[in-house]
Design a protein around this ligand. Structure first.
Ligand SMILES: C[S@@+](CC[C@H](N)C(=O)[O-])C[C@H]1O[C@@H](n2cnc3c(N)ncnc32)[C@H](O)[C@@H]1O
Length: 289
């Protein structure tokens, strides 16, 4: 008996139904993204090639991708891609998948009308999206980006180099401010961070796409989720220039305790919170004298 030839449209429809049956949240979108990834076509191109046959080799690979998605592997780890600030980044299971709300950190710094050359420190760079997006948009700035995870830094390096920012971003490994103590100057106009901020007790409440796949070192920060934020707030003044600014992404319910932590330090002024797309205070910005 002749083997059935599958075409793009019926493959999308079959996969969408299969994903629906397994409660995958955006079944049609995920089917399109995965098939587009496999066939190296945009979603628009797939629509223009609905009648295109998909041959056995690709079907075998597609079946593998479907299986992994049903096992809740995040789409970005299957395609190894994530867009951030309109730039294309490589991601894999060594790094957190960048979230849209983190773009507010980059936009805050870019929109600040900072004059002349700026020195920026990013702590916990992960895939390197914040540092790279800043360097692409402001080629004259000097950026140091750190992470405690050497595996994450391998990914950050790949993204930095693909976006031709090799000369402008220095990547350093270590805990919080430790790596910059070896530099000639540890004084910065901006210190930016999207640190881990999930409470350890929230482990079981996270959806499995996150809990079972994203690096725990990128997610969890002690019982109250503030262990890293607390250290950033305490130590940043020692590394900020006069009028320098700290920008940190925080969790859903952390605005009040974070305001208290900043006020306790007495060196911070102009404490502001920026809301995300869900109207949650997501980014805190505070300057020193
Ligand atoms: C939430 S992820 C953010 C990654 C990336 N900046 C982004 O926004 O997508 C936090 C990052 O902080 C790093 N990290 C965790 N603890 C750290 C520490 N004590 N010192 C430096 N980096 C740390 C993790 O390895 C992870 O890459």
């Amino acid at each position: 008996m002749a083997t059935k030839i599958w075409h793009v449209l019926e493959l999308l429809e079959w996969t969408t139904g299969y994903f629906e049956k397994h409660n995958i949240p955006n079944p049609r979108l995920d089917a399109e993204v995965l098939l587009g990834h496999l066939l190296d076509k945009s979603r628009l191109q797939l629509y223009l090639h609905f009648d295109m046959p998909v041959f056995q080799n690709d079907l075998t690979l597609f079946r593998e991708l479907i299986k992994k998605r049903v096992a809740r592997t995040p789409i970005s780890y299957l395609t190894n891609r994530k867009e951030f600030m309109s730039l294309d980044f490589y991601v894999d299971e060594r790094v957190l998948i960048p979230r849209p709300e983190t773009e507010f950190i980059v936009e805050t710094i870019l929109n600040s009308n900072s004059d002349g050359d700026q020195r920026i420190l990013e702590i916990g760079t992960g895939s390197g999206v914040i540092a790279t997006a800043l360097a692409v948009n402001r080629p004259e700035w000097e950026i140091i980006a750190t992470d405690i995870s050497s595996e994450a830094l391998t990914v950050a390096k790949k993204n930095r180099d693909v976006h031709e920012c090799t000369e402008r971003i220095t990547l350093l490994q270590g805990d919080l401010f430790e790596p910059i103590k070896l530099l000639d100057s540890s004084s910065f106009n901006w210190i930016a961070s999207n640190p881990p901020y999930v409470k350890t007790c929230e482990h079981d409440t996270l959806c499995s796409d996150i809990r079972d796949y994203e690096p725990h070192i990128a997610l969890f920060a002690g019982e109250d989720g503030l262990s890293i934020v607390r250290s950033l707030i305490a130590e940043a003044p020692n590394h900020l220039c006069p009028e320098g600014t700290l920008v940190i992404e925080i969790g859903d319910t952390q605005a009040d305790p974070v305001r208290d932590l900043l006020e306790e330090q007495s060196v911070y002024k102009n404490i502001q919170f920026i809301k995300d797309y869900a109207e949650i205070e997501r980014i805190v910005v505070a300057s020193v004298d």
